[in-house]
Design a protein around this ligand. Structure first.
Ligand code: HEC
Length: 124
């Protein structure tokens, strides 16, 4: 499964990740336009396809999956994971890679107003 990034809008100036495409689970649709988000329920999913090097193809799939309340307070109860765009296999997850978890939460813990999500405020 490889997806050409052609035809995507230019990245917004406030994204450090060049071209991205973000998908959220349906349950956050009613609150997506809010400046603040409530604590989202278990099972909420955010998927970000990234064309990190700007070459026109997606090279990383980043995923956040909300777990049980209290399951991982140091990560906002989110699991952070990275998948290969080529075949969708798991590269690594915050569940078993502490360094990876620190890396992801290092930025995302600043976005507590929107339950650790950052893309909800972006527009194209
Ligand atoms: C340098 C800061 C930074 C780091 C480190 C970071 N992110 Fe993000 N993340 C962002 C920003 C900013 C956005 C908003 C979209 C964009 O600009 O790329 C975002 C958006 C996302 C989204 C879309 C959902 C949302 O609205 O937040 C997912 C999923 C995501 N990141 C996963 C990860 C994972 C997994 C890691 C660890 C490998 C990670 N991020 C590390 C800054 C970061």
């Amino acid at each position: 499964m490889s997806s050409p990034a052609e035809g995507l809008p230019d990245p917004p100036d406030n994204s450090p990740h060049k071209t991205v495409q973000i998908f959220y689970s349906k349950n956050i649709e009613p609150v997506i336009a809010d400046a603040t988000l409530p604590t989202l329920p278990k099972g909420t999913v955010a998927i970000k396809k990234q064309d990190r090097d700007g070459d026109g193809t997606f090279d990383q799939y980043m995923v956040m999956i909300k777990g049980e309340k209290g399951s991982d307070p140091a990560a906002g109860d989110w699991e952070f994971a990275q998948y290969k765009p080529s075949d969708g296999t798991l590269v690594t997850s915050s569940k078993d890679d502490a360094g990876f978890k620190d890396f992801c939460t290092g930025c995302h813990k600043a976005f507590t107003d929107t339950d650790w999500l950052r893309g909800t405020g972006l527009s194209n």
